[in-house]
Write a protein that binds this ligand. Structure first.
Ligand code: ZN
Length: 110
């Protein structure tokens, strides 16, 4: 009984170590972006969305049910495309989100 428990905890440690080593290469990774960057992405494979002002906010991370197993292929999209896709695919009501999302015209991080 005791040996079994030890083996179990040893293998759990091994799994945790692998998960840690592989934290940048698993499925459902966010897009890579600058420390503070205004950018919008759509995954070409599962249609998940990720965008906003990274490092400052607001940001939106919208994931489809497939996202958990997807190694996302993030494609840059425009802010308007992002908002349209989020509304159509995820039912996001932008009027209820941070006012930044509803602002007209080119918006820069403040
Ligand atoms: Zn994806």
């Amino acid at each position: 009984m005791r040996i079994g428990t030890v083996l179990l905890s040893a293998s759990a440690t091994a799994v945790a170590a692998v998960a840690l080593l592989c934290s940048g290469c698993g499925p459902n990774q966010p897009p890579s972006h600058g420390k503070v960057e205004r950018a919008f992405f759509c995954c070409a494979k599962c249609d998940s969305l990720d965008g906003g002002i990274y490092g400052k906010g607001p940001t939106q991370s919208l994931r489809t049910p497939e996202a958990a197993r997807c190694r996302h292929e993030w494609k840059p999209v425009s802010r308007d495309q992002f908002k349209e896709l989020a509304h159509d695919n995820f039912g996001v009501d932008w009027a209820k989100q941070d006012p930044w999302w509803s602002a007209e015209g080119p918006v820069r991080p403040q």
